[in-house]
Design a protein around this ligand. Structure first.
Ligand SMILES: Cc1ncc(COP(=O)(O)O)c(C=O)c1O
Length: 388
């Protein structure tokens, strides 16, 4: 691709995923951005950096390639990559909030996000309030009463798959002087672009669909505009939770196939969700693609498709749910999600154990599936043998 001639504004998602930030190496013509496995850079006289690179905590060309690509995919002004999703969240909150500030978090937030607010930020004077964000009236009332600095949203949520109306939340945030953050990990920018819907910031665990191959931990922040870019760049460097060049490279390599993988994740998940809905052992299926899901219409209005995550509740209760998690063969029992291989887990005892006894506790009979891109007939056969 001729990058001089290319106008990124006119390019479509699949093209940006493969080309944005990834121009052939100017020295060798390498088509894939090299892994710049270096901590430091020669200066041509003091301050004479080549392209601004001086030390890899501050900036590294492989990381720059990833950040440029992520900004393009989310249609944001800037992106910052981190060593994990939690590091990205930590940097964002510590950049935007001060002691005494308040944050509204989802009533069914990802367990790690809840733990960060409850166990870390609270002791530094940042208060949080969990509010079920599918109840927009409750969010508006909490925002009016608390004047939060941030409204933190996740959609679809982990692991209950509730869908919140990003446009409506953005309007509430605007009315009450708050900034809207959307954790877009479950949807990925291919399915949903929160900044286009009015959010100020997007957060990712790039460990999941963006990386896509369960071989790297990473996180990212994407900003709608440049307003907080200098402060975030300062804190990214000052606190230093950056990904190494190889991790940035692996993530970028995953991103190239995001669109193709997501199409297959969505198609497989839709089949799995329908099969579970028809199964007598299953009490409820939580999947935004099912017409009976309470967030189905909102999901249709803000997502390209419904994603690869499916949760379901077993009629026979917790012990049976634990048993089923141990009986699948293709669905590997494990934490995390968004990789090409299918995973199964029991949120109450695994990913969301930190919410036990809190208002965010998840149902004990719940099973969460990350539906991979294997043959769907094989996946269904595996689930049937585990359930029957
Ligand atoms: C929705 C969501 N946000 C954030 C995170 C944290 O990301 P990481 O594990 O990369 O730190 C996760 C991890 O599971 C997640 O599912």
């Amino acid at each position: 691709m001729n990058f001089e001639a290319a106008n990124f504004e006119t390019l479509n998602f699949e093209t940006l995923a493969i080309h944005a930030g990834q121009e052939p190496d100017p020295v060798t013509g390498a088509v894939v951005p090299p892994i710049y496995q270096t901590s430091t850079y020669k200066q041509d006289g003091i301050g004479g950096t080549r392209g601004g690179y001086e030390y890899s905590r501050t900036a590294n060309p492989t990381r720059t390639a990833l950040e440029t690509c992520l900004a393009a995919l989310e249609n944001g002004a800037r992106a910052f990559a981190f060593a994990s999703g939690m590091a990205a969240e930590d940097c964002l909150v510590r950049t935007l909030c001060r002691p005494g500030d308040r944050v509204l978090i989802p009533g069914d937030a990802y367990g790690g996000t809840y733990r960060l607010f409850d166990k870390v930020f609270k002791s530094w004077g940042i208060e949080y309030e969990p509010v079920l964000q599918t109840d927009l009236g409750a969010v508006a009332r909490a925002a009016a009463a608390q004047r939060p600095r941030l409204i933190w949203a996740e959609t679809p949520t982990n692991p209950l798959l509730s869908v919140v109306d990003i446009r409506a939340l953005a309007e509430i945030a605007r009315q009450h002087g708050a900034l809207l953050v959307v954790d877009n990990t479950f949807a990925s920018p291919y399915l949903q672009r929160p900044l286009d819907l009015g959010a100020d910031f997007v957060v990712h665990s790039t460990t999941k669909y963006l990386g896509g191959h369960s071989d790297v931990i990473g996180g990212a922040l994407v900003l709608k505009d440049e307003r907080h870019a200098a402060d975030l760049a300062f804190n990214q460097n000052a606190t230093g939770a950056v990904p190494g060049p190889f991790d940035a490279w692996l993530t970028l390599r995953g991103v190239k196939t995001l669109a193709a993988r997501m199409d297959r994740h969505c198609a497989n998940a839709a089949r799995v969700a329908q099969a579970l809905a028809d199964h007598p052992a299953v009490a409820a299926v939580l999947y935004p693609g099912l017409p009976g899901h309470p967030g189905h219409e909102v999901a249709k209005s803000q997502m390209r498709d419904f994603g690869g995550m499916v949760s379901f509740r077993l009629a026979a209760g917790e012990e049976k749910a634990v048993e089923v998690c141990g009986r699948t063969a293709l669905f590997t029992l494990g934490e995390s999600l968004g990789g090409v291989e299918s995973l199964i887990e029991h949120p109450a005892r695994m990913t969301h154990a930190s919410t036990a006894g809190s208002p965010l506790e998840v149902p004990p009979d719940l099973i969460r599936l990350s539906v991979g891109i294997e043959d769907p007939d094989d996946l269904l056969a595996d689930l049937y043998q585990a359930l029957d």
